[in-house]
Design a protein around this ligand. Structure first.
Ligand code: BTN
Length: 269
């Protein structure tokens, strides 16, 4: 199969660069932006040779998993661009819900999966990581180049990761990367419209919280040498994670390693 955009993405003017193999779809998208590409444009492959994760980690995935990134040059601040990740995570969760429901119907009704968003933007199923998301932004002529990339474990999950990982295949959802990508490209048209360059973040935030993993649960966040522990209260109107400490203090968190559960301990990861 070859990659193609969904009908809504095509009508909305998105373009597509599909690769048999590429270093990183995020890197490729940002390189094109530096050369003058304005988007909106998707970059997609089933094999990355230099995939990148958050916090300077490598994103290693076998051939057959989905790596996709969308580029757009827009006139927003970096802080607003960061909120796009929440809309992007929701769009992908909605696409997963749709294609897995269709796949399950083909298989005569397997259980419906509950896709949960873990702050800032992993997608988990049954507490295991299915997707990782990386949003990057850089000033270019004419605005801010924003690249939102997502890696989805379609056929297999990496072993030995800090957060246990799963794949669609392991969950009994037998769909191809190509089928999932077409659904994501259409879903993004919808959620990008709601996000509306950040103007619709209040609506995105509400929807995100409805699908969030771990609200009200014990959480520990490690940022550099500092660890904050408490309860995951909410996210605020800028996308910060709000932790309520045992002393009742409300701590906004902008970045860090997040661990949930009663045994939330940063040493565990
Ligand atoms: C993470 O969980 O650390 C984020 C992983 C992001 C991986 C995706 S795959 C598509 C895009 N290209 C990359 O090199 N990284 C992102």
């Amino acid at each position: 199969m070859t990659f193609s955009l969904g009908p809504k993405a095509t009508s909305a003017g998105f373009r597509l660069a599909a690769f048999d193999k590429v270093g990183s779809t995020n890197t490729e998208a940002m390189a094109r932006a530096r050369q003058g590409e304005r988007g909106p444009m998707w970059f997609v492959t089933t094999e990355q040779t230099a995939g990148r994760g958050r916090r300077q980690r490598a994103w290693v995935a076998p051939r057959g998993n989905l790596a996709s990134s969308v580029l757009e040059v827009i006139d927003v601040s970096p802080a607003v661009a960061a909120t796009m990740g929440f809309a992007f995570g929701l769009a992908h969760a909605a696409a997963l819900q749709r294609v897995s429901m269709e796949a399950n119907l083909r298989l005569a009704g397997a259980d419906q999966l509950d896709y949960r968003l873990k702050w800032p933007n992993d997608i988990l199923v049954r507490g295991e990581k299915l997707c990782g998301l990386l949003v990057e932004a850089e000033a270019v002529t004419g605005g801010l180049a924003v690249v939102a990339g997502i890696g989805t474990n379609v056929i297999a999950a990496p072993q030995g990761t800090p957060t246990p990982a799963t794949s669609l295949q392991a969950l009994g959802v037998h769909i191809s990367a190509e089928e999932l990508f077409a659904a994501l490209s259409d879903s993004w048209v919808e959620f990008r419209g709601i996000w509306d360059h950040g103007r619709g973040f209040a609506c995105i935030r509400n929807a995100w919280l409805e699908h969030a993993f771990g609200v009200g649960e014990p959480v520990a966040i490690k940022a550099g040498a500092t660890t904050v522990e408490g309860t995951f209260d909410t996210i605020d109107d800028t996308g910060c994670l709000i932790v309520r400490t045992a002393e009742g203090k409300r701590m906004p968190i902008t970045a860090g390693e997040v661990h949930f559960g009663t045994a939330a301990s940063v040493g565990a990861a």
